[in-house]
Design a protein around this ligand. Sequence first.
Ligand SMILES: [Fe+2]
Ligand SMILES: [Fe+2]
Length: 318
Amino acid sequence: MRLLLAGDDRAAVSALRSAVGAAGAIAAACTAEPADVVAVVAADPPDAVVAIGGNAGTLRTALDPLGLDMGPEVLAVEEIIDGGGAFGTTAARRLRALVERRALRARQTELEAIVAAQAVSRRRHDEEGALDTLRRLALAAEYRDDNTHEHTQRVGELAARLARHLGHEDRTVWLVRQVAPLHDVGKIAIPDTVLLKPGKLTREEFEVVKTHAVLGARVLADGKSEVLGVAERIARSHHERWDGSGYPDGLAGEAIPLEARLVHVADVFDVLVHERPYKEAWSVEDAAGELRAGAGTQFDPAAIAAFDELGAGSWTTG
Ligand SMILES: [Fe+2]
Ligand SMILES: [Fe+2]
C-alpha cells in the first residue's frame, strides 16, 4: 500500500512515516498545500492521501473538484491512528479496508462504463443493420417510381436541414436524413398503370395512390430500432396536412409526427420544382410562394418559417 502523507508539521509527518513503514506500507510525504498535494498525486498516484493538520476536506476538493469520486482516498490522520495516537495494526487494517473499498468503487465505475459502451456499440450495430436494409428498400422503391434516386435524397437533405434549423437534436436531424428517402416506399405496391400514368389521375386512381402511405408504414412496422420507428412514422404521415385534411389518418397540427411534417414540406417543394409525367417544373419562387400560401393550412407554419429563413434559393441544386 502506498500512502502520501500531507502535512506541515515535519515531526508529526516523520513520526507517522516511520509508523506506516513499520506497518508494511510505503509512505511519501509533502506539504499540506493543496497545489503541492495535487502535483505529487499527479506525478505518482498513491493509494491514499493522509491529511495531517485537519485539512482533509480541502485536499479532497482539490484532488476531485467535480466530486466524481475519482483519485485517491483522502483521509484525516485521526481516522487511521489508534485511540492511543499510534499507527498500529488496527490502523493499518482500517486503512487497507478503506483503500480496497475505493479500488472496488473505481472498478465498479469502470465496469459500468464498459457495459454502457457495449450497449451503445450494440445499438449502433443494430442500427447499421436496419439502415442497410432500409437503403436497399429505398432503392427498390425508387425503381418503381417515376423519379430517380435524387428526389428521395433531396427530400432527406431538405427535411434534415429544416430539422436542424428548428433546433432539433443532432440525433433527430440524422434520423430524418437517413430515413426521409423512404417516404414513398409504399409505392412499391401501386400498379404501374396508376403510378406512371401521364396526366391527371381519376378519383379512383388517386384513391389507389393514397394507399401508399399505409402500405409503406406496414412494410416498416414493428421494427425494433428507433430508425425503423421514424421511417414508419414518415411513411405513414407524410401526406397529413396541418389543418387535418390530409391522409391517411386526418391528423392535424402537432398530432402529425414532426418528422413527417418536415418531409411533407420537403417533398412538396421538391416535386414542384422538378418535372413529373403529369406536370412541368415550377420556378423556385413559385414553389416557395405555394409553400408560404399553405402555411397553417397544408403545412406546419414553423416548418415554412424555417424554409423561408434558410432561403428558397438554397434549394435550387439538383
Ligand atoms: Fe408520398
Ligand atoms: Fe416524394
